[in-house]
Design a protein. Structure first.
Length: 152
């Protein structure tokens, strides 16, 4: 983590059924609680949300793909929220609600943004495309292959 940059992340998920269907009822019912947990987590900065308070209305990757985009103070803050909080049991149920990505297609990308700025979905899509095309690099990376920001 550096004081000049925050960590942005985009996570996409292809729905296994329509969002308003019974198979996704538990997912939809938990959205407000999980989003509130994120916002209350140490290191949380910002998240993309629509008028309903979540990001399910944004569909830049297709009608059956939902997005989650947020900004954190650094890797550890995001990691702790995803893998060491009450979000973790929710994450473990993802195969019930989402189709798994085909082959090596990435569903998560991270990159650094200057403090005080927030990414938009156009930038996020470009970062995901960059990761898919070239693999993890300084401009688009993952937890497994993480890059620190370049020095100013």
């Amino acid at each position: 983590m550096t004081s000049h940059y925050h960590l942005a992340q985009l996570n996409i998920a292809k729905l296994a059924a329509p969002l308003d269907s019974p198979p996704l009822a538990d997912f939809v019912a938990a959205l407000d609680r999980i989003n509130a947990l994120a916002e209350a987590s140490p290191g949380f900065v910002w998240r993309l949300k629509d008028d309903a308070g979540n990001a399910t209305a944004f569909r830049p990757f297709g009608d059956d793909v939902i997005v989650n985009m947020s900004v954190w103070t650094g890797r550890q803050a995001l990691f702790d929220y995803v893998y060491a909080s009450d979000h973790t049991p929710f994450l473990k149920r993802r195969k019930e609600w989402f189709a798994m990505p085909a082959g090596d297609d990435p569903h998560l990308v991270m990159w650094w943004v200057p403090v005080g700025t927030y990414p938009d979905l156009i930038e996020a899509e470009a970062r995901l495309t960059l990761l898919k095309r070239f693999g993890p690099n300084q401009n688009a990376f993952t937890f497994k292959r993480f890059f620190e920001p370049l020095a100013d």
